[in-house]
Design a protein around this ligand. Structure first.
Ligand code: SF4
Length: 428
């Protein structure tokens, strides 16, 4: 499996460098099927996650297609009627970007993320999904998810948000970063024309979430920054329908769009990929400081925050670095912010590294607890004690998990059933 994944990644890179037609590239990717989705999908199937195909029996059209109306030429935003068909290389929708400014010579400056790309006419930003057409910046992925599927909320991972409930997750192509260990390279690091996508305007996503009984819409698996306008419009509608909005992101937002989006977001999981500026630049392709700023802003906005730290052998697993990171989280964000130490599996450009030894995850968890963090989890080691939620006051097991499955809940009105200590999160 590991070798297959590596070969697929290399094959995809090689094919891209040889500049095939977009059609052949898209078909290749659509058919390749080796990705984190497959890897995680095999886990999800064991707990009843529902993929696109699995939704056909609920309310998706034949062949897993969403809706039945012909595809629209142009979308005007959330007031448009949901339409549908799945397509590869369909004409991109034109949806004007929300956060940009015009400059001389019809150039534009994108103001969505800290990169601040200045984009000439007919060019795209670094994230691949924002294009300057005649001096107007467009999102190329609005209403065009490359992935839409139902999952347990624990998969995000959110361990303090309605445990045991389901979310409908959406993701599109594009990302402003370029992680060497990207787990969704076949979604995030491709052009929108190079990947299979669905037509699913915000109304359609929300209707689907309601129809399958999901408690939330999750913007995850790719990088939601790349489809921020789609996130914003979908989140507005989802909130009106009583759904939670969950964001799993690198946090590489500029301040203004982050503030606007947070108004409609109930919980955020930030991928804190490294806690060293030089490492962040080398392995992630961006600056660490905007991510730290984002996490402070989330807390200041009163939005529930969880953090995932992928522990990569020899890259970011030094105990001293883990301790420094945990102290910062405790002092700047608060000891009650849940932290998930996730196991790395070799893939993409770090396929030469081994999986994270469990003892490294144990060490990270021990350090975090020593530094006073109250809820420290180990992810992707099924059966590990670190899957459970413990009361910081009395030590009782508040939530007992096996993988994504909730085996026991001892929480009453957001408090430990044994001692009454409040546990931060969204429990109702
Ligand atoms: S969102 Fe994309 S186009 Fe905009 S600044 Fe970031 S990388 Fe550049």
């Amino acid at each position: 499996m590991r070798n297959d994944r590596t070969k697929r990644a290399e094959s995809a890179d090689k094919a891209k460098s040889e500049s095939p037609t977009r059609e052949s590239r898209a078909v290749e990717l659509a058919q390749s099927g080796v990705s984190r989705r497959d890897f995680l999908g095999s886990c999800a199937r064991t707990v009843g996650a529902v993929t696109v195909a699995g939704l056909t029996g609920v309310s998706w059209g034949a062949g897993g297609r969403l809706g039945a109306a012909p595809s629209a030429e142009r979308t005007g935003g959330p007031e448009d009627t949901a339409n549908g068909s799945e397509s590869v290389n369909a004409d991109r929708r034109e949806h004007e970007a929300r956060w940009y400014s015009r400059r001389a010579n019809a150039d534009v400056r994108c103001e969505l993320c800290p990169r601040g790309c200045v984009i000439g006419v007919s060019e795209r930003g670094a994230c691949r999904v924002r294009e300057n057409r005649g001096g107007t910046l467009y999102s190329l992925v609005y209403g065009r998810p490359a992935m839409i599927q139902a999952d347990p909320v624990e998969r995000a991972p959110f361990f303090h948000v309605q445990p045991g409930s389901r979310m409908l997750a959406v993701a599109t192509a594009g990302c402003p970063l370029a992680c060497s260990f990207c787990e969704v390279w076949d979604i995030a690091l491709v052009d929108p024309e190079e990947i299979h996508s669905y037509d699913a305007l915000p109304e359609a996503v929300v209707e689907q979430a309601v129809s399958i009984g999901a408690g939330a819409v999750s913007y995850a698996f790719g990088e939601p920054i790349a489809f921020s306008e789609y996130v914003l419009d979908t989140a507005r509608l989802a909130r009106k329908r009583g759904l939670l909005n969950l964001l799993h992101t690198s946090g590489y937002f500029a301040e203004q769009p982050l503030g606007e989006i947070l108004e409609y977001i109930d919980a955020v999981n930030i991928d804190l990929k490294a806690f060293d500026g030089e490492l962040y630049r080398r392995y992630v392709g961006g600056d660490l400081e905007p991510v730290l700023r984002t996490m402070r802003a989330i807390r200041a906005a009163g939005v529930h925050l969880e953090i995932t730290n992928l522990v990569i052998p020899t890259v970011n697993d030094a105990p001293s670095d883990v301790r420094t990171m945990c102290r910062w989280i405790r002092d700047e964000l608060g000891p009650d912010v849940p932290v998930h130490f996730a196991r790395f599996y070799p893939l993409y450009k770090l396929a030469n590294l081994p999986p994270t030894p469990v003892k490294s995850l144990d060490t990270a968890r021990r350090i975090a607890l020593e530094e006073g963090l109250e809820h420290v989890y180990v992810a992707r080691v099924t059966g590990h004690e670190g899957e459970n939620t413990f009361c910081p006051a009395c030590g009782s097991t508040v939530i007992n998990r096996l993988g994504f499955v909730i085996e026991e809940m001892n929480i009453t009105d957001g408090a430990c059933a044994a001692c009454g200590r409040r546990i931060g999160g969204l429990w109702a």
